[in-house]
Design a protein around this ligand. Structure first.
Ligand code: ACM
Length: 484
């Protein structure tokens, strides 16, 4: 069955390669980045098959059956994510100009095997890999998922499961919403009370939590091993009560705010006219930039309803400059486009026309339209979890839309990509998270990766066939939404 996201070229052929031949996984060249992809594949296939699947350098004699991973031609652009995958009865060949493409070939290969391949314990098989040719590459460079760890905190191991899921559908950005009114989730050494005080609250009054810098660095490395770039967000100047509760000097009146555990928005603001605010931001951005190898720092900027417009525009310009001085590109929610943006700044559309102003300035835009990809919206009236301020988001709404015509004035050339968002006001566990992501996230991934043109009936059949995979992976999902 055609994988999700749908490849550019998918040509099934007669026959199959049988994994019971216990092939080696060969790498060419035997470089660490290629061997890492081979190890990733071997680790995915060994538990269910029980096979050895040794990883070794490719050799000249092509006599024994193999899954061959090769950079072809070596030395392609490092950001090239395209790949080819050829399966015959004699063997499997994956070729790509860069390791990311080989990684995506491997993710496609997983989907071609029976669902039992995702089991954590040995299964009887058989393990046919259907013969055919795939030639594939992404439409958009930015294929993201935002996870709100501020309203509710999710432990590092839970975030890793979310990264695994995102990477399985060829997403390449994990945007972590690390601060909001209800909580501050990242240790900042120079301002320790952000985590120590601001990290102790959560929406609804739960215990909260935060990532130590070591835990954050480990998440970044885990994501990088799956070709996912972490984009950390510190939401400013609004959505900042957790910081305002931790440090009185960040408030315009110098008085610490009480902790906040509700789910209203738009009431908090950092003190725009106090220089201490910019020393705070300099320190926070500096530490985050040092911990984050990716090119991007997200500065929030949404719903700053407690900040006067002129002050807001001044503030955003200063924060953008701080981000740039640390060698990073700023990303902000689309409200930032009310001012003049730096040439490298990226605006993230969610619910207004400000992204049109961003595109008119020549800025790149990420599309996260709430009625399509806010996966914290309920599927329908019967969904127990989630909110509904942007309406219901059934599976079809998340899948059946076209980015290049979604916002008049933001055309294909302005688009960097598409990002699903999962806000966590009502979500407290990993099961809650995956129940909202599945079955919708694969549809968003197809919008972000695949060439234009949707076929809902074809997609819903392919999607339903993934449910047994999610079961084997131990992921909770909303089965009722597959039938809707
Ligand atoms: C947002 O949903 N406030 C970006």
């Amino acid at each position: 069955m055609t994988p999700i996201p749908r490849p550019l070229v998918f040509q099934p052929a007669a026959g199959a390669f049988d994994l019971s031949a216990d092939p080696a996984i060969t790498v060419s060249p035997a470089a660490p980045a290629v061997a890492a992809v081979a190890d990733f594949l071997a680790e995915r296939l060994r538990p269910a098959t029980g096979y050895a699947l040794p990883v070794r350098p490719a050799t000249a004699e092509a006599d024994s059956p193999a899954i061959a991973l090769a950079l072809t031609p070596a030395g392609g652009a490092p950001d090239d994510e395209s790949y080819r995958l050829d399966v015959t009865a004699a063997g499997v060949r994956a070729g790509a100009p860069a390791p990311a493409g080989l990684f995506y070939a491997v993710q496609t290969l997983r989907q071609l095997l029976p669902p039992a391949i995702e089991s954590a314990t040995p299964q009887p098989g058989p393990w046919p890999l259907p013969a055919g040719h795939i030639s594939d590459g992404p439409r958009f460079a930015w294929r993201g998922l935002m996870l709100d760890v501020a309203r509710h905190f999710f432990a590092p191991d839970d975030v890793k499961r979310v990264i695994d899921l995102a990477a399985a559908y060829k997403l390449n950005r994990l945007h972590l919403h690390l601060s909001d009114d209800q909580g501050w989730r990242i240790e900042i050494a120079s301002w320790p009370d952000l985590a120590r005080v601001g990290g102790q609250t959560a929406a609804g009054g739960g215990p909260g939590g935060f990532y130590t810098q070591a835990q954050y660095a480990d998440l970044v490395a885990y994501a990088a091993a799956r070709h996912v770039t972490v984009v950390p967000e510190i939401d400013m100047p609004g959505h900042s009560n957790a910081a305002l509760a931790a440090y009185p000097e960040l408030n315009a009146d110098g008085q610490a705010r009480p902790p906040y555990t509700g789910i209203e928005v738009g009431f908090s603001s950092l003190a725009i006219d106090r220089e201490i605010t910019y020393r705070f931001i300099e320190d926070v951005i500096g530490e985050l930039a040092a911990l984050t190898p990716g090119d991007y720092l997200h500065i929030g900027g949404d719903e700053a309803l407690a900040t006067a417009r002129e002050e807001y525009l001044r503030f955003i310009a200063r924060v953008e400059a701080i981000v740039n001085a640390h060698g990073k590109r700023a990303v902000g929610w689309e409200e930032i486009a009310q001012g003049r943006l730096a040439a490298t700044t990226i605006a993230q559309h969610w619910a207004s026309g400000h992204a049109v102003a961003a595109a008119a300035q020549g800025a790149k835009v990420i599309l996260s339209p709430a009625p399509r990809v806010y996966l914290d919206m309920k599927y329908d009236a019967a969904t127990p979890l989630g909110l509904q301020w942007a309406g219901f988001v059934p599976v079809r709404a998340a899948y059946d839309w076209e980015p290049a015509t979604h916002l008049p004035g933001v055309d294909e050339a302005a688009l960097l990509g598409v990002e699903a968002a999962l806000w966590s006001e009502t979500l407290t566990t990993l099961d809650d998270v995956t129940t909202m992501l599945l079955p919708r996230l694969p549809g968003v991934a197809e919008v972000a990766w695949s060439a234009p043109g949707r076929d809902w009936d074809d997609f819903r059949r392919r999607l339903a066939a993934h449910a047994p995979r999610w079961e084997r992976m131990g992921l909770a999902f909303r089965r009722e939404a597959l039938e809707g």
